[in-house]
Structure formats: structure tokens, C-alpha cells
Design a protein around this ligand. Structure first.
Ligand code: FE2
Ligand code: FE2
Length: 375
């Protein structure tokens, strides 16, 4: 039988594996002979030990695999959506000055944030996940986030903007303090997981991960729909409807990411109930409160004169609070804000639920996969 210290082939790696080495991720552990197929009971969503995470069976969490298959079925490409009407509108100055500012901030922030999400998955979250099916789903999600960035890029490109024009818009997230703050808030959680001075699987490291996941969940469930609603408000006035269509497809993906994020948080708690103590529950509420505050400040900064036609800052803040309360509810926590009714019920018109044939002259089958149905 080969031991850790013996090369497994004629090729000898410069640095051999040592059984005393601790790895930052189960996925970096060397393949070892004789581990065999794990027993389902030994597979854990985080902190699983004694088995190889590269093996797809046994399938411990079939719902997660189903989510992967749904996401894959939903895959779309931005250039399938015709952008001609928006190009004309953009170049004939249909947007008011206020709407133009809102649009530019919106697409700039969303592009930066769609970079942050996969970076968080890549640097902080994926390395701690020890179930193959969840690793698969998160990898697919990363590709979707890249597709969203391509969508934002494609939108500005299709307006006919050159690189300099695009750059002036994309850069805004670095210039507007409320956008900077919101992005750095999420980054702080990611960095906390990466830099924590505690071994993986310890209470401290797992708490950092849980906090990061709650901020991630706020991203997918709160920040994204709020941002999209601004463009849907323009579309309701007959402006940038092609862009809104792009956002509809992005939103459907983000819905599924939110569902998965929420499931992941709850599964970690189910398997590690000691993590979800009063202190952690209070922290979760604190994170959601911070998210709502940041979103409200973003609303103010992007609509500095109190709103645009069809959307007031007041309503926007109420929507952020409503989603904050909904988010808390899905974590079995009492509400913080008491906004009971959706302040923008018209948004449901923009939420893709059913099979839709949006593309003229091209029949495509898009399957339902994004409806926010909780357990
Ligand atoms: Fe995204
Ligand atoms: Fe996402």
C-alpha cells in the first residue's frame, strides 16, 4: 500500500504530499488510495471529512443537483435579445438627466457587484463546501455571473458607445461613495473568511462563513432585485425596454442564486445547530439591517431629487425594508421594519416564471426555474 510520502507514479512532484499538511480546502487534498465510496452519513455540506469531495456519489442533496439542472436549462445569451429600440432611444436622448444618472449608476454598480459575487464564491465559499453537488452548482453559478457581466457590457456596446464612453459609465462605482460603500461592505465579509486566523471547521471560521453567506444572500435577494426595479420603472414608462428584458433574464438567475443561498445557510445551520445561537441570530439581523441601510443610501444617491417618474426614493426605501423583512422571515427571524405589503406589486410583471418566447422569429424553450418558492 502506498503511503502519503511515496510518489504514486514515476513522476515525482517537487514537493511531496505529507500526511501532516493541512489544506485550506478539501478540494486541494491529494487523492489517496483506498478511501472508497463514502457513506451518505459522512457527507456534510461543510466540514465533511474522510472522503474525497471529487466523487459525485452518493448524492446526498438531490435538490441541489436539480437546481444545477434547472440553472443549466435556463441558460441564455445576452445577444439573443434585440437592442435596436434602446439604441435609438439612447441616441435620441429619450432619458431625462435624472434618468440618465440613475441608469449609469445602476449598470455600473451591478457590473461591479456581479464581479464580487463569483469572487466571493471562488475565494471564500467554494473552498469550504464539501458536497460535490453543491460545488457543481456554485461553479455553474460563477459562469452565470460572468454571463451577467457580459449582458451589461453588451447593453452599453449596443448603444453604440465606444470604449471611452463605456468606461465613463462603468467607472461610476469607483466615484460615488454610496456605491463604493455597498461594494466594500460585501468585500469585508469575503476578506474576513479568507483571512480568519482559525482552522476551517472551527466555530470561529464557520461563523465567519455564515456571516459571509448572509451578506451574499442579501446581495442576491435584496440588492439585485432592488437594482433591477429601477430599470423596470423606466421600462414601464416605455424607456429602455430591451435593457429591461436583459435584466429580466438576469433576475431569473439571481432568484435561483437566492434560493440556493438560503438553502445553503439553512443546511449549514441544520447540520451545525450550535452555530445558530442567539449571538449569531442577532448578528444576522444586524447584517440585514446594514444591507437595508446601504440600499436606502444607494437609492438616495441614484435618485438625488426624490425619484423618477414611476419610482420615488420613499417607495424604494420601503421596498428595501420589505425585502429585508422577507429575508429575515426566511431565516425564521422576526421582522425589523414592519413593511407588510409589497410597495411595488407591479414588479411581478417583470419576473419571469413561465416558459417565455421573447425572441421574435426564434422559438426558444425557457423552463421555469426561478420562482421563489421556499420549502
Ligand atoms: Fe449575477
Ligand atoms: Fe447571482
Amino acid at each position: 500500500m502506498l503511503s502519503f510520502d511515496e510518489p504514486t507514479s514515476a513522476f515525482t512532484p517537487a514537493r511531496r504530499y505529507n500526511k501532516n499538511t493541512t489544506y485550506s480546502s478539501a478540494s486541494l487534498e491529494p487523492v489517496t488510495i483506498g478511501r472508497g465510496t463514502p457513506h451518505p452519513d459522512s457527507i456534510k455540506i461543510i466540514g465533511g471529512k474522510g472522503y474525497d469531495v471529487r466523487q459525485p456519489v452518493p448524492l446526498k442533496y438531490p435538490d441541489v443537483r436539480q437546481r444545477f439542472l434547472s440553472a443549466r436549462h435556463n441558460f441564455w445569451t445576452p445577444n439573443d435579445i434585440a437592442m435596436g429600440d434602446d439604441k435609438v432611444q439612447w441616441n435620441t436622448g429619450i432619458l431625462t438627466e435624472e434618468e440618465s444618472w440613475l441608469f449609469k449608476c445602476n449598470i455600473s454598480y451591478l457590473t461591479a457587484s456581479d464581479n464580487l459575487v463569483p469572487d466571493n464564491l471562488d475565494n471564500a465559499i467554494l473552498s469550504q463546501i464539501t458536497a460535490n453537488e453543491m460545488r457543481q452548482y456554485l461553479r455553474w453559478q460563477m459562469a452565470e455571473e460572468a454571463n451577467h457581466i457580459e449582458s451589461y457590457f453588451f447593453i452599453l456596446e449596443s448603444f453604440g458607445l465606444d470604449e471611452q464612453g463605456q468606461g465613463q459609465i462603468f467607472n461610476l462605482y469607483q466615484d460615488v461613495p454610496e456605491l463604493v460603500n455597498k461594494l466594500n461592505w460585501n468585500l469585508a465579509f469575503t476578506n474576513n473568511v479568507v483571512n480568519i486566523d482559525a482552522p476551517a471547521g472551527s466555530m470561529e471560521a464557520s461563523r465567519a462563513l455564515l456571516e459571509d453567506l448572509i451578506s451574499y444572500y442579501a446581495f442576491e435577494y435584496l440588492f439585485f432585485p432592488l437594482g433591477f426595479s429601477q430599470i423596470f420603472a423606466l421600462a414601464r414608462q416605455g424607456k429602455l425596454r430591451n435593457t429591461a428584458q436583459q435584466y429580466q433574464y438576469i433576475w431569473r438567475d439571481e432568484n435561483l442564486h437566492a434560493i440556493n443561498g438560503r438553502w445553503l445557510i439553512r443546511q449549514i445551520i441544520r447540520e451545525n445547530p450550535q452555530l445558530w445561537d442567539r449571538k449569531m441570530q442577532e448578528r444576522a439581523r444586524g447584517i440585514v439591517d446594514e444591507a437595508v441601510k446601504l440600499e436606502s443610501a444607494y437609492g438616495q444617491a441614484t435618485m438625488p431629487n426624490g425619484g423618477i417618474v414611476g419610482m420615488s426614493v420613499k417607495n424604494y426605501v420601503a421596498f428595501a425594508q420589505f425585502m429585508g423583512d422577507m429575508l429575515l422571515k426566511t431565516l425564521d427571524l422576526p421582522p425589523s421594519f414592519g413593511v407588510r405589503e409589497h410597495p411595488m406589486p407591479w414588479l411581478s410583471e417583470y419576473e419571469l416564471k413561465q416558459e417565455v418566447n421573447f425572441f421574435e422569429g426564434r422559438v426558444r424553450d425557457y423552463r421555469t426555474g426561478s420562482v421563489l418558492v421556499w420549502d
